[in-house]
Design a protein around this ligand. Sequence first.
Ligand code: GLP
Length: 254
Amino acid sequence: MRILIRKNNEAVGQSAAQLMSPFINRGATLGLATGSTPLSTYAELIRLNQDAEISFQQCQAFLLDEYVGISRTDPNSYYQTIRDTLTSHIDIADDRVFSPAGDHGDSFAAAQAYENQVSGAGVDIQILGIGANGHIGFNEPSSSLSGLTKVQALHPKTVADNARFFASENEVPTHAITQGLGTISRAKNILLLAVGESKAQAIAQAVEGPVSASCPASILQMHPAVTVIIDEAAASRLDNVEYYRHVEQANLNE
Ligand code: GLP
């Protein structure tokens, strides 16, 4: 794992966007995440696109997950969220942005269909946030470390954390369709982003803890091309911060 520690959220976004830019200009298949964490990255990608430094015209993009029971047109759907925060502001066609069908009558069939789509395309670079309990996508603790796209019952903490986007906690869906940890692990390159003290524990477990389904993000330790970009608050519980800084400064990363 390459671990880059940045001063603040904005600097995390700049580094992530910088790393993604060559992939975007090569027309890569992008894996996109929702949530507040990637917003600074998306803002920087939009700026680079508007300044004509990057173009998404040849790219296609796959979302990690979608709430069950919510249609694409619902403002709380992850499909709308990614449109609002990124894809409607850049030069990518709507029909090149894919997400699980949250409102499909048969969620299990929708999960299988999405697995086939994602694995058929092959993600070149996947951007990930992390839940406070270590989840990536919506793979909650106890998820199979090699699992494929599935229907996931959300942890009450995840429901509570995401209630801020809804009128009340009662309106937050209880299930989601999410790429599995095995699906995510097939991406050729992965960027894991985190900002803020509330993610410090999850980052410490993901980066320095044992590989365990108790912290689903820890599976990334098994992946050959992961870059973790975090701010100082999210890095605050890591034991080896000085070493990670040294490696970056000495440009010793593999
Ligand atoms: C949701 C999403 C994840 C995201 C996580 C953290 O559960 N499914 O992909 O990483 O929230 O969100 P935030 O970045 O807002 O803290």
